[in-house]
Write a protein that binds this ligand. Sequence first.
Ligand code: HOZ
Length: 428
Amino acid sequence: MLYQRSSALFRAAQKVIPGGVNSPVRAFKAVGGTPIFVKKAKGAYLYDEDGHRLIDYISSWGPMILGHAFAPVIDAVKARADLGTSYGMPTELETQLAELAVSMLPNIDQIRMVNSGTEACMSAVRLARGFTGREKLIKFAGCYHGHSDAFLIQAGSGAVTFGAPSSPGVTQGTAKDTLLATYNDIESVAQHFEQHPDQIAAIIVEPVAGNMGCILPKEGFLEGLRALCDQYGALLIFDEVMTGFRLAKGGAQERLGIRADIATFGKVLGGGLPVGAFAARHEIMEHLAPLGPVYQAGTLSGNPLAMAAGYAMLEHLNSHPEVFERLDHKTLILHQGMQGLLDQKGLPHQINRLGSMLSLHFTAQPVVDFESAALGNNEHFKTYFHGMLDRGVYLPPSAFESYFLNDALGQDDLDFTLNAFEDWLASI
Ligand code: HOZ
């Protein structure tokens, strides 16, 4: 396919935006080539500036669960925009969305809206520190919780691609409070608690990891984290920016049946507009300003356009729980189809899937943590990414990301994707 206009737009962007993008993964550094500039999106499709229609498997990294430009969300935003776009004052809509979210989420009494997943995770950790009076945090190699300093220690997602999983600019003082553990290895977590029994405020974890590809928690892993937190008086933070309102109405807490102390959410809650949130029981949330001393604030927090979009989205998910089953089924079809074709071809691979999250790694070994994810053959991944793109399918442009399916995908789109995959496999 030709990408003349995307190339020209990228050249122009690079003059005024570092690397030509406002978020590094978009620069295609992991796969090479020119980033695709999007003109519009509708349903399961992206339409790029060069006139191609692409089947979208990233769904804006999660939030487009119901497909792009979902009519109730668009209508809600349009109607609300006429009433003003930001006030820096409370609105009834914020309470309505909070009530709806709290009713859908297990183990949650209250929720605070922010503007991004980064902000949500950063604030959740501050709250955990304020609540416990402790400073240290456990995170897992390859997990990504946004770009706040404390999380850029062996981070996943774009941080891996750009060779800076531990970013310059993060002070040693900050780094020393972030203790690193291995995903799916409970012993690596227990050791930290043994060494610092009274100092660990929280564990933060993606209950299903989505930033080193998709990695499922092994049986007992999350239960083990829960037990260690209970034993040592630390809080368990589930980063549900990807899993929230996607794996089930109540996110991973509901789907996997594990109780977190604080849960963080992201773009889903704004129907694709910039929203994040963190939520917990009363006793934890009351430490937050203006009730308590842990400070957190923002003019655009609870922004009326974002709240209107989020309400329309959640309302639909809440009243149509069959969406989750349908999404699981579509993802299973994709999984089984790809698996069959890869087996026929004899290409070493692993497909990880839970609900509507999935990833393909070109390695013979099970992918259970960052180390095993990093063993994947990236040359194969690049060829695969571009092979699928040339055939009209847009995949995450890095092996260290998850696919996110959306409910607008039809059987014909899945068939098209599997045909494209078969064609690509035949070409290598
Ligand atoms: N960090 C996001 C994926 N895990 C990508 C954000 C973006 O480029 O939009």
